[in-house]
Design a protein around this ligand. Structure first.
Ligand code: SF4
Ligand code: SF4
Length: 85
C-alpha cells in the first residue's frame, strides 16, 4: 500500500456539494472560514480548497443548507458523516 499518497486523506476530509451551494442565500462559509477556503464561482457555486483546511469546524457550524458540507474520517475505516439534526 502506498500510504504516503494518503497523508492528506488520513485527516478529516471535507467535501462541499456545489449543487447545494448554488441555492444557498447566505454563503456564510465564505466569510466564516478563517483560512478563506471557500470561493464563490461566477455560476453561483462554491469552489472549496480542502488542502489548507485545519478542521476548525466553523464552516460546518455556519452552513445552513443540509447536505452541503460533509465530514468524513477516512482513517476511521467506514468514515463518519455528520448531518444537521
Ligand atoms: S457550504 Fe453551506 S454556507 Fe457555504 S455556500 Fe454552500 S450551502 Fe452556503
Ligand atoms: S473546517 Fe475551518 S478551515 Fe476548514 S474549511 Fe471549514 S472553516 Fe475553513
Amino acid at each position: 500500500m502506498a500510504t504516503v499518497d494518503f497523508r492528506v486523506g488520513a485527516r478529516a476530509h471535507i467535501t462541499v456539494d456545489s449543487e447545494v451551494c448554488r441555492s444557498c442565500t447566505t454563503s456564510a462559509c465564505v466569510t466564516a472560514c478563517p483560512a478563506n477556503l471557500f470561493a464563490p464561482t461566477s455560476d453561483g457555486g462554491i469552489l472549496f480548497n480542502y488542502e489548507e483546511c485545519f478542521e476548525c469546524g466553523t464552516c460546518y457550524m455556519v452552513c445552513n443548507s443540509e447536505g452541503a458540507i460533509t465530514w468524513t474520517y477516512p482513517d476511521g475505516g467506514q468514515g463518519v458523516v455528520f448531518h444537521h439534526g
